[in-house]
Ligand binder design. Structure first.
Ligand SMILES: [Zn+2]
Length: 161
């Protein structure tokens, strides 16, 4: 889940905010459900997606699992996400390129090539309008809900802040 406001964050043992986890998953320095599996988390997160964005339950679980298995708790590594569209940068092929041809650590290949955005004039609003229909058709959800979802998921990305 995106950590947007201070109240979204979990807490460490000393009461300070966790830098990595939300308050549903992590409180007082420990996981709220230490024995959880990826499937159980996907089930849980999927139910929230269904409720929030009217995504059909089977699609919601599939989407959640795809997101969750890349997260540090489950993959054991920090996989950066594109700071423009949110796509996880898992392999070199996923990453954009800098002017010298090296792999970008911040943006994906669709958003960023040769050190520049592929669509420099793209605004967050345009992006929502562009991605929402794809999301809606892929996951069988109403367009208004898909727009809401893209808006929420892109809210934490540095390109748009
Ligand atoms: Zn991207």
């Amino acid at each position: 889940m995106p950590l947007l406001s201070q109240t979204d964050y979990g807490t460490e043992a000393d009461g300070t905010s966790s830098s990595q986890y939300c308050h549903y998953c992590y409180q007082k320095g420990a996981y709220t459900d230490p024995n959880a599996t990826v499937d159980q988390m996907a089930e849980k997160a999927g139910a929230i997606m269904t409720q929030m964005f009217a995504m059909p339950p089977d699609k919601a679980k599939e989407f959640s699992k795809m997101q969750i298995q890349n997260l540090y708790r489950w993959s054991g590594k920090i996989i950066p996400s594109c700071e423009s569209c949110g796509m996880p940068l898992i392999s070199d092929q996923d990453a954009g390129t800098e002017t010298d041809g090296t792999r970008s650590l911040r943006y994906c290949t669709h958003c960023y090539q040769n050190g520049a955005f592929t669509e420099p004039d793209l605004t967050r609003e345009t992006m929502v309008k562009k991605y929402a229909p794809m999301l809606a058709s892929q996951y069988g959800m109403p367009i208004a809900k898909a727009e809401e979802m893209v808006e929420r998921f892109t809210g934490t990305l540095s390109r748009w802040q």
